[in-house]
Ligand binder design. Structure first.
Ligand code: FAD
Ligand code: SF4
Ligand code: SF4
Ligand code: SF4
Length: 347
């Protein structure tokens, strides 16, 4: 029986989380970023390359030459596993949080990682860094000072879980940070094949883009901005924001915005089918919606999340933050409605 991930790919809903690449014992699968795959490349027989936004790059059956049908990849694939029925039924606590660190919102994610590194509670974490052109690269953080390299949201997607292939050989206490599909893949890996992932931090996510769509189209063509001048991107108030440098003397960056509806259709294909907004399978979920500006919304979902968050130092909390959980639920509903399977459509 071929692995079920083949169907996921053929239906165009592979989230490119990287879990299959991390776990396949034969290296039969790996994720290639769309920009790196030359159109006429002769593919090595040992690899089935996938770009979820361009299925012409996927050579159907290429993996079969080496795949031994162990089905490990199918057990860790978040899309094969499916979406939660009620993504709020495991919310154990909900608070606002912020730290003194610099980050996307309240830098709660950075504070958790930093504090756990300092206490020796984790020896590695998976994150994403960027260059001045907003090119992104997943990497392994191994010490508290690495956390600064991963701060800030990148709205393009990379297969962060693929980093776990090496990390699982070297490290014993691994933290994973990822959007809901990645948090789900990490949770399945922990459930099915490793006890080395000690903490899964999920970040709320409505959608993500390919680097090509974001950096080569939305920013320069649709918003008319120079990507090198962009210091921060964000969603808020129904708009997508790109903040640009404003002089060399520490002036506040300039906010440039566009209505989300102008760019939503450009999100990656799997994001149009995704029904998890709040990272249901994470131990702790962190977002910006639901909390005041400069704060994070922090959801603890299980014992593991509670245990690790209790150890973290340097986070200030706010009970009952405004606008609150109602807004998170409203946006989750919106995502579910937009992405629910259409009659006769694949999901
Ligand atoms: C694609 C995307 C869409 C999002 N959409 C929403 C939303 O609709 N509503 C909402 O409330 N919040 C959303 N967020 C979450 C929000 O932008 C912040 O990431 C979150 O509030 C944590 O903020 P922080 O200040 O604690 O982050 P920081 O302390 O700055 O830490 C950021 C962490 O995020 C990781 N990271 C950054 N970009 C990515 C990426 N592309 N993939 C995986 N990991 C990444 C970094 O490695 C780092 O660990 C989204 C995030 C992403 C990546
Ligand atoms: S079934 Fe096993 S060997 Fe085949 S691609 Fe999946 S993990 Fe690799
Ligand atoms: S495990 Fe992740 S990368 Fe692999 S097929 Fe499933 S969604 Fe795609
Ligand atoms: S919407 Fe977010 S969580 Fe869902 S597939 Fe896209 S990147 Fe992953």
């Amino acid at each position: 029986m071929p692995p079920k991930i083949v169907e996921v790919i053929e239906n165009g809903v592979c989230a490119a989380c990287g879990a299959c690449e991390a776990t396949c014992p034969l290296n039969a699968v790996y994720i290639e970023s769309e920009a790196d795959v030359p159109e006429d490349e002769t593919r090595p027989p040992s690899a089935s390359r996938r770009d979820p936004n361009n299925l012409t790059y996927y050579v159907h059956g290429a993996a079969c030459e080496v795949c031994e049908d162990c089905l490990t990849c199918s057990r860790v694939c978040p899309v094969v596993d499916g979406f939660p029925e009620d993504e709020f039924d495991n919310v154990r606590s909900f608070r606002g949080g912020k730290s003194e660190l610099e980050g996307q919102d309240g830098a709660v994610v950075s504070a958790i990682l930093k504090s756990l590194f300092e206490q020796g509670e984790i020896d590695c974490a998976v994150g994403i860094k960027r260059d001045e052109n907003w090119g992104i690269e997943p990497f392994i953080l191994t010490k508290a000072s690495d956390v600064d390299l991963s701060k800030g949201t990148k709205y393009s997607s990379a297969p962060v879980l693929a980093q776990l292939k090496d990390a699982m050989k070297k490290y014993e206490k691994i933290a994973v940070v990822g959007v809901p599909c990645q948090a789900h893949g990490a949770a399945l890996m922990r459930e099915n094949m490793t006890d080395r992932i000690v903490l899964v931090i999920g970040i709320l996510c409505m959608e993500s883009f390919t680097s090509e769509a974001l950096c080569d189209n939305i920013i320069p063509n649709i918003m008319g901005l120079d990507i090198k001048q962009v210091v921060k991107m964000d969603f808020g108030g129904g708009k997508f924001w790109a903040y640009t440098k404003n002089g060399d003397n520490g002036e506040e960056p300039v906010g440039n915005s566009i209505a989300i509806k102008e760019i939503a259709a450009l999100a990656r294909n799997p994001c149009h089918h995704c029904l998890d907004y709040t990272a249901y399978y994470a131990d702790i979920s962190v977002g910006s919606v639901g909390a005041p500006d400069g704060w994070n919304s922090v959801i603890v979902r299980n014992d593991t999340g509670e245990k690790y968050l209790n150890k973290v130092k340097g986070i200030e909390y706010m009970d009952d933050p405004k606008p609150g959980m109602f807004l998170i639920k409203k946006l989750a509903d919106q995502k579910h409605k937009n992405n629910a399977p259409k009659e006769g459509g694949a999901h």
